[in-house]
Design a protein around this ligand. Structure first.
Ligand code: MG
Ligand code: MG
Length: 627
């Protein structure tokens, strides 16, 4: 299976694009005529450049407004096609995309179009060129792949075939199962794109909002299963028009695309075991059982104040690392590591960002399967020199400079606390039992990368994106979680530096984990225990509790207790949810303590604007400028 991407999908000059595409691992490119026209060099130079990067030109595109024209337009468009065939010869490619006509003079009629393509096929055959016909979702007379296929079938010429594009089929709501009826050798090329479900004009949606397979809401998987079941054996190519990608990192978007393509084709192989799919073997998505540790990089006075906060949260220092300036803090099943090393990843992170989460440990079903799958998806492995008596725990580099380590039961890696820390038994502390979720902040443009990273690698699903209103702007929030909720991540995309999330990003120079949410089974007991330890919760105003009293049926004494302990509240049809927050520290990090009744699967989203407003009041009270 050849992988390919349209040059239009990523930003940069043609040279930058080719470097990024080759670096990400693709076999070829679809060359967009515009990229070529903007390039200062001959078609032969372009062809040579592409091949010098180890790539091939899988497709030349687009040729518009060909079929159904009356004379004299018809003759002219055939002349135009001949000129493009010349150009293709010089570029060194043999397949061209003709998209269905939007020409105002184009006439309808399947036979008229078929006749045009039959004649074009004869001209193309003389040059050894294959012409693929694509139904644009907004084509004037042809906007459905089933009609395009009927035209190709009637043209009945070996050099005329069909081009399928997942956006045009799925965006119009056409059943992809209809593709299974088409002979695979008459499908000349396949283009893939996903898109978020937005109700808008098809052309505008397509030109601005396409994204990588798995990043949107279309059933690209069903489309691709049908294509492969039809017997298609040609390139699988990304054709993504997206405003963010056009302005994004050339390399990053190319790598995301490759990751999405490989993950998708691996899914297709698993769903259609009868197909002999030419794709390297890789383990399936790996199940995640929770967060095994969160590691902070810190130093000196900063580390002491982090430890003081951990003490008020009910944690105790339960171990010190064999060889390193690293301590372990435990409570229930929660392991927090404070790393004050002056060399290595934690040190580099601290030097760049100050006190911040530098490493996340995940409990997985099979740690080596994660790294094997990560490698197949083009994710870089991470390692540091292993000291005497230390375990080699598999790890990868996450996005934005983060690192993820993986522990499983089978390999004995979970013994690291005994082996490397000689850890004491975990204290019961204030009743905190486990990490409920981690909240990661990124700029809005990077959100798709993050959700793709997690959903391509792990057995996790993403939920729809929701808007969270910060008094100074909008934050987009999306949950990525395992089916049983063992690992829950909330991704928060900041649009503006004035939002709390945006300030955090700028003050920590792009750190990701902004809050760690700790679960308890009895938040009232835990909050009382924390208060006894001197924990200083984020104060919530009287108005918040007045509003709670109006919105929910809460007994007055319970409400009074909640207010005294600064607990926030939410309820859905399955259960109640309580939460409270620490004060912010180290550039905007904070802890959340929560209790979810069985069945409540949310994150207290209705409370987020009030929490953010309270945090901003604290910032101002501390004399931090508003923006
Ligand atoms: Mg297309
Ligand atoms: Mg939270």
């Amino acid at each position: 299976m050849k992988t390919s991407i349209a040059t239009v999908s990523i930003s940069g000059s043609l040279t930058e694009k080719l470097e990024a595409i080759a670096g990400a691992g693709y076999d070829g490119i679809e060359i967009f005529e515009q990229d070529f026209i903007a390039f200062d060099g001959s078609p032969r130079d372009v062809g040579r450049m592409v091949r010098d990067h180890g790539l091939e030109i899988t497709l030349f595109q687009p040729f518009r407004d060909f079929e159904g024209l009356p004379e004299p337009y018809r003759s002219k468009t055939f002349d135009r096609a001949e000129r493009k065939f010349d150009l293709m010869g010089e570029l060194g490619t043999d397949t061209i995309l003709f998209c269905s006509s939007c020409h105002p003079k184009a006439l309808g009629g399947i036979d008229r179009a078929a006749d045009d393509f039959a004649e074009l096929g004869t001209r193309a055959a003389a040059r050894g060129i294959k012409v693929g016909y694509e139904a644009l979702a907004w084509g004037t007379h042809v906007n459905d792949h089933r009609d395009a296929w009927e035209i190709v079938r009637r043209a009945d010429h070996p050099n005329i075939g069909l081009i399928l594009d997942s956006f045009h089929t799925l965006g119009r709501g056409i059943d992809p199962e209809t593709i299974r009826r088409i002979p695979g050798d008459k499908i000349f090329f396949v283009q893939l794109a996903d898109a978020p479900r937005i109700d808008m004009d098809l052309l505008y949606w397509s030109r601005h909002f396409r994204n990588m397979p798995g990043e949107g809401d279309l059933d690209v998987m069903a489309f691709m299963q049908a294509v492969m079941a039809a017997g298609y054996a040609g390139p699988v190519s990304l054709e993504i028009f997206n405003d963010q990608f056009r302005g994004g990192s050339t390399r990053g978007v190319a790598e995301d695309g490759y990751r999405s393509l490989i993950a998708l084709m691996d899914d297709v192989r698993r769903a259609e075991p009868g197909l002999a799919l030419d794709l390297p073997e890789m383990p399936a998505r790996v199940g995640v059982n929770g967060v095994s540790f969160v590691e902070f990089a810190s130093r000196g006075a900063d580390a002491r104040s982090l430890e003081a906060l951990l003490l008020t949260l009910g944690f105790e220092k339960s171990g010190t690392h064999l060889n390193k300036a690293v301590t372990l803090w435990q409570q229930g099943d929660v392991h927090i590591v404070v790393n004050e090393e002056t060399e290595g990843h934690a040190a580099t992170t601290f030097n760049a960002r100050g006190t911040t989460v530098c490493d996340i440990g995940l409990a997985v079903e099979d740690a080596n399967a994660v790294t094997a799958r990560a490698t197949s998806l083009g994710i870089e492995l991470f390692s540091q020199p292993i000291g005497p008596g230390e375990l080699g725990i598999p790890a990868i580099r996450g996005l934005s400079g983060s690192v993820l380590h993986f522990m499983d039961d089978a390999s004995g890696l979970g013994d690291v606390w005994d082996v490397e820390f000689d850890a004491d038994a975990a204290p019961a502390g204030a009743g905190i039992t486990r990490i409920d979720h981690l909240a990661q902040t990124m700029s809005y443009e990077d959100m798709l990368s993050w959700s793709l990273f997690y959903t391509a690698l792990f057995d996790m699903q993403k939920s729809p994106m929701v808007d969270v209103f910060d008094p100074d702007g909008l934050v987009r929030s999306q949950v990525v979680e395992s089916a049983d909720g063992a690992l829950r991540l909330t991704l928060n995309g900041a649009d503006s530096h004035r939002t709390l999330a945006g300030r955090f990003l700028s003050e920590t120079f792009g750190a990701s984990v902004q809050h760690v949410a700790l679960a308890t089974d009895d938040i009232f007991a835990t909050a009382e225990a924390l208060a006894a330890r001197g924990f200083d919760p984020l104060p919530m105003p009287q108005n918040y509790y007045d509003d709670l009293a109006a919105r929910f049926d809460i007994a007055p004494d319970l409400l009074e207790r909640m207010q005294r302990l600064n607990l926030l509240y939410d309820h859905d049809d399955r259960g109640a949810f309580f939460q409270t927050y620490s004060r912010a520290f180290a550039g905007g990090l904070f802890f959340e303590i929560l209790q979810r009744e069985p069945g409540y699967t949310g994150f207290g989203a209705p409370n987020a604007p009030f929490r953010i407003a309270a945090q901003k009041r604290q910032r101002r009270a501390k004399g931090v400028p508003k923006a």
